[in-house]
Write a protein that binds this ligand. Structure first.
Ligand SMILES: *Cc1c(COP(=O)(O)O)cnc(C)c1O
Length: 397
């Protein structure tokens, strides 16, 4: 009996649970009550292997790399939230993204959002390029530029919208319609929006990816990645890769992630409300030279974003004027964590030039608008008045 390709999953996003509102799905996702005991949370199946009670009738789960009931509950949960066919949980966001890119083969070409997450850029330009997978980085706010990047060997389009950290907007439906005409696979990194604010499968995307380390986990205490496929054929192919690469998420981490996800809507609502206020306040402040937030009037692509998303998210980027000023600000703030990462209960201030985008050559970085003065503020659940007062004193540095 093979550990590969075993059908462990059920159809998601449809049926009774699929008709409910998002907030209800977050709490009642199917596995929230343990069938055997009635326990109010998914059991953590801390087991690597499963006994074959009857050798002629193999168990549903046989080895935890290939399938684990706790991980399966999480995988069904994210598939339900994204409205997809099948979910997959990985050891990190990069494990999800790198495993998914292996749907491509040597000789294939992929069109990628220009200011894509730094780790995705590094994966494409220092690892996948060696394996013969080529990539072209394109400013996807310009649809003509996306079309112009098409090569005879193009097989896929990888989007990140809003992009990181300048929050540029890609028109998802326009891009996926064009990609379908050309038989291209479409992938979208939905980390910044989460399925609460944006459900890319509804706009034609084939595979949605997440660093669940961020808003989905939400507490800066779990590293995880998720993928959701729109249809079963792709789901089967990704299952082979997840099992074959062994890039799976552990049962403990799967449980912890589900624990965090239950409060996603409440956290996103409050953080977004605060982020809007922070962006407005920053945009009136003469000490700041530029503010990036999709909810600000005049943000490029705002109308496109509003058509495809239900909110603006909780990440605000701004230019403190220079590298010196940005560093002074980072050493003077007292409330946010100064760190890589985002999307947590605590606010997190990060400095892309020296943190998330440090792997990117300076010229490339500047070309992509990631200046030396750019800082990224991920708004947490603290009182917004305190956050603004803190930033105000720090900007005086
Ligand atoms: C953090 C992040 C990733 C990578 O996820 P990890 O969990 O750190 O591996 C990918 N994409 C985006 C947009 C991210 O913010």
């Amino acid at each position: 009996m093979s550990e590969d390709n075993k059908e462990l999953t059920t159809e998601n996003g449809q049926g009774a649970a699929g008709d409910r509102k998002f907030a209800t799905k977050l709490i009642h996702f199917g596995a929230e009550i343990d069938e055997q005991t009635g326990a109010s949370s998914v059991p953590i199946y801390q087991a690597s292997t499963f006994h074959h009670h009857d050798i002629f009738n193999p168990p549903q789960y046989d080895y935890s790399r290939s399938g684990n009931p706790t991980r399966q509950a999480l995988e069904d949960y994210i598939a339900l939230l994204e409205g997809g066919n099948r979910g997959f949980a990985f050891a990190s966001g990069m494990a999800a993204i790198s495993t998914t890119f292996l749907l491509l083969s040597a000789g294939d070409h992929v069109i990628v959002t220009e200011d894509v997450y730094g780790g995705t850029y590094r994966l494409l330009t220092s690892i996948l390029n060696r394996l013969g997978i080529e990539s072209t980085f394109v400013d996807m706010t310009d649809f003509a530029a996306v079309q112009a990047a098409l090569l005879p060997n193009t097989k896929a389009v990888f989007m990140e919208t809003p992009s990181n950290p300048t929050l540029k907007i890609t028109n998802i439906a326009e891009t996926t319609a064009w990609a379908k005409e050309h038989g291209l696979l479409t992938m979208l990194d939905n980390t910044f929006m989460t399925p609460y604010h944006q459900r890319p499968i509804e706009h034609g995307v084939d595979i949605v990816l997440h660093s669940a380390t961020k808003f989905l986990g939400g507490h800066s205490d779990v590293l995880a990645g998720l993928a959701v496929t729109a249809d079963e054929a792709l789901g089967k192919r990704l299952k082979v890769l997840q099992n074959g690469m062994g890039t799976v998420l552990s049962a403990q981490e799967s449980w912890l992630l589900m624990r965090g996800m239950k409060t996603l809507q409440t956290r996103m609502e409050q953080s977004e409300r605060s982020a809007r206020k922070l962006a407005e306040w920053l945009s009136q402040d003469s000490r700041v030279s530029k503010v990036y937030y999709p909810g600000l009037e005049g943000h490029p692509g705002r109308e496109v974003h509003e058509r495809q998303s239900l909110g603006y998210g909780a990440v605000v980027s701004f230019d403190a004027g220079s590298g010196e000023k940005a560093k002074a600000l980072l050493s003077k703030v007292r409330i946010p964590l100064v760190a890589v990462s985002l999307g947590a209960v605590e606010s997190i201030l990060s400095y892309p030039a020296m943190m998330s985008h440090a792997a990117m050559p300076r010229e490339v970085r500047l070309e992509r608008g990631i200046t030396d003065g750019l800082v990224r503020y991920s708004v947490g659940l603290e009182d917004i008045d305190d956050l603004i007062a803190d930033l105000d004193q720090a900007l005086n540095g």
